[in-house]
Ligand binder design. Structure first.
Ligand SMILES: *Cc1c(COP(=O)(O)O)cnc(C)c1O
Length: 380
């Protein structure tokens, strides 16, 4: 039976329903497992750096949602590093100019060590990406991008990447598997910062990979084991608890974001509002074609420049000034306050991570802060 994602999020990764057994996967705190007699076989648990049943419960659920086999990692960046491990020494990566800053920084670090070369491209420009692909080993895609919300053409880039002989990886953190399923659109491997929507409560740092390629899955598992990039079982347990309500949280957060984006357009304190739901957004048509939802991140540019953007971040009450995203609570941040943020990100850009609170409360708080920095209604 083909279950809908909402049902999968609730039902996958559970133990067989046996009388008097726990309904939910237990938290398995163990470093070692009782040996089978004889030689070890691939499915054996063996030791806590190889396998853990609490990881497996999360992986089964995420894998079913994305349509592949998942591996949980210690963080999103650990999962990204594992995929970069597929690039041969001296290999070439094609990646977005304005991707998640940890990814860009990691690529720069690998390049400085002489391990690989990265060609940075505007990922929403399919022709520019295709032109950069000759001889590439890995095409790294993020869509929508963090924090500028550029939308890449997944089917076209998947085909172009494969035509060039590159492995095609998609960071699906912003969209979640409810927003888009990159493996079905041509990607070889998906990565997530589980820290964000999948866990969803701003209380764990975790990452994941998902692939349909069994050999790649085995290599990523070996990478995780040998590099020790493993999650804590308790974090995995918390993340699975969060994943059970992914569909409810994402549905509400996306609805809130679309409504707030619509209201933000034209506010005198702002020079730009980006959200793929907006009919005038450059990514709207593409997002409508390949995404089931438009996501819950909004990027705004503050007309008064970086100082006004900072003032906005310190003028809200309900919205918390904080980094990260994808939690139940709404947060905002001027991204260029980080020295590692790519320079193409405007200095006055504020990223809003819209949570699941009441949309009128969110709007009232945002509006009073915007009005204050516009000096518009309050006259202050
Ligand atoms: C946060 C984030 C990451 C990194 O994940 P961590 O869990 O912080 O290591 C990677 N990609 C995107 C798009 C992110 O937002």
């Amino acid at each position: 039976m083909d279950l809908s994602p909402a049902t999968v999020a609730v039902t996958a990764g559970r133990p067989e329903p046996v009388a008097d057994a726990p309904l939910s996967p237990p938290l398995a705190l163990t470093s070692t497992y009782v040996a089978r007699d004889g030689a070890t076989a691939p499915g054996d648990q063996i030791y806590g750096r190889w396998n853990n049943p609490t990881w497996t419960a999360f992986e089964d659920t995420l894998g079913t949602l994305e349509g592949g086999s998942a591996l949980l990692f210690a963080s999103g960046l650990a999962a990204i590093a594992a995929v970069l491990g597929e690039v041969p020494n001296g290999g070439v990566v094609v990646a977005p100019t304005a991707a998640y800053n940890g990814t860009v920084t990691l690529l720069g670090d690998r390049q400085a060590r002489g391990q690989l070369t990265t060609r940075f491209v505007p990922i929403d420009d399919t022709a520019a990406v295709s032109a950069a692909l000759a001889g590439a080993d890995l095409l790294w895609i993020e869509t929508p991008t963090n924090p500028m919300l550029e939308v890449a053409d997944l089917p076209a880039l998947g085909a172009a990447g494969h035509a060039a002989g590159a492995l095609v990886a998609v960071d699906n953190t912003f969209a979640t598997p409810l927003g888009q399923r990159p493996l079905a659109l041509g990607a070889d491997v998906v990565v997530h910062s589980v820290t964000k929507y999948l866990a969803g409560h701003s209380d764990v740092v975790l990452g994941a990979t998902v692939t349909r390629d069994e050999a790649l899955q085995a290599r990523l598992h070996t990478y995780r084991t040998l590099n020790g990039a493993i999650p804590g079982p308790f974090e995995a347990w918390l993340a699975l608890r969060g994943l059970r309500t992914l569909h409810l949280r994402v549905e509400r957060a996306c609805a809130n974001a679309a409504e707030l984006a619509r209201r933000l357009v034209g506010h005198p304190a702002l020079s730009l509002v980006r959200h793929p739901s907006l009919p005038g957004d450059p990514g709207h048509a593409r997002a409508a074609a390949q995404m089931g939802t438009f996501g819950a991140i909004i990027a705004i540019e503050v007309a008064g420049g970086p100082q006004a953007a900072e003032q906005l971040c310190s003028s809200t009450g309900l919205w918390v000034h904080a980094t990260s995203l994808g939690g139940v609570e709404s947060t905002l941040e001027r991204r260029r306050r980080h020295s590692t943020e790519p320079a193409v990100v405007p200095t006055n850009l504020v990223r809003l991570s819209v949570g699941i609170e009441d949309v009128e409360d969110l709007w009232a708080d945002l509006l009073q802060a915007l009005d204050r920095i516009a000096g518009w209604r309050t006259g202050s």
